[in-house]
Design a protein around this ligand. Structure first.
Ligand SMILES: [Fe+2]
Length: 272
């Protein structure tokens, strides 16, 4: 893989899908999965994988998994890429077994071309000794162009005081398990705000939520969300990892000009 040979991931997180009612009276997680497909196709992005880092269903809405599974299957077909999911703290392990890839358990390793993808289960807030041992052996030998690790709980804290203690418990045990491995990026969610970090040399990309976004100035004594549906585009090349958070809701454009084939961004034109 070279700089021009890209591995692009549509990174969704924290869908919080419901059944029988909308989340907070207005958020339809399943419908938003469908909107992501429309958006990605319109953007001209051709991903190699879709990865969803947990909180697929809102707590108490485990009956939504079949609809979530259908929506994710349709999304994969629309964007032409396989879809992988991990569980979050809202998810229910037993009911989530109907999801594609979860019948035999909630953590596994798979490959897409030359990329290895390790899918972890942190739905309890931590990775137990058995899963950590399995993880260490899964990444013990390098593979192809490297490894992507996906889990719900980020191994680094949010800078927001109200969220600073809800990350992965015992993150150092997780870091020990992947130390020295070919992991290119760690994908996570849970905070409902995008964030990038470096942890023991490994890039960490925390994706925003498809359901709602943290109100970042709600203060240290409150957790509050507003209706903003976002996901991320994560791109890996030979020597780069980049993340680009994207909002499904966008205001009308200020301007629109043809993109130049020789530049990565159109030049601003002086307006009258
Ligand atoms: Fe969540």
């Amino acid at each position: 893989m070279t700089r021009t040979d890209k591995f692009t991931i549509v990174h969704l997180s924290d869908v919080h899908a419901t059944i029988g009612e909308l989340l907070y009276g207005q958020v339809d997680g399943v419908a938003r999965i469908e909107q992501v497909g429309e958006y990605v196709v319109a953007a001209g992005v051709t991903p190699e994988a879709v990865i969803v880092t947990g909180d697929l269903a809102q707590r108490g809405h485990a009956a939504a998994y079949p609809a979530i599974d259908r929506a994710l299957t349709a999304l994969g077909e629309r964007v032409g890429a396989p879809v992988f999911t991990v569980l979050g703290n809202h998810d229910v392990r037993a009911e989530a077994r109907v999801l594609d890839g979860h019948r035999d358990g909630h953590y596994r390793v798979t490959t897409v071309g030359d990329m290895r993808i390790v899918l972890l289960d942190s739905s309890t807030g931590e990775l137990d000794a058995e899963q950590l041992d399995w993880l260490a052996s899964a990444v013990a030998e390098p593979f192809g162009t490297g490894t992507i690790v996906a889990l719900h709980h980020a191994p680094v804290p949010s800078p927001l005081p109200a969220l600073s203690k809800i990350g992965l418990r015992r993150p150092e045990a997780f870091a020990d398990a992947i130390a020295g491995s070919d992991v290119r990026v760690i994908l996570a969610g849970h905070y409902h705000h995008p964030m990038t970090a470096l942890y023991r040399g490994f890039p960490v990309a925390v994706g925003p939520s498809l359901a709602y976004h943290q109100i970042m100035n709600a203060g240290p004594a409150a957790v509050s969300g507003h209706d903003l549906a976002m996901f991320s585009l994560v791109q890996i090349t030979d020597d780069q990892v980049s993340t680009a958070p994207v909002s499904l809701q966008s205001p009308s454009p200020l301007f629109s000009i043809p993109a130049s084939p020789t530049t990565t961004a159109p030049q601003l034109r002086r307006t009258p």
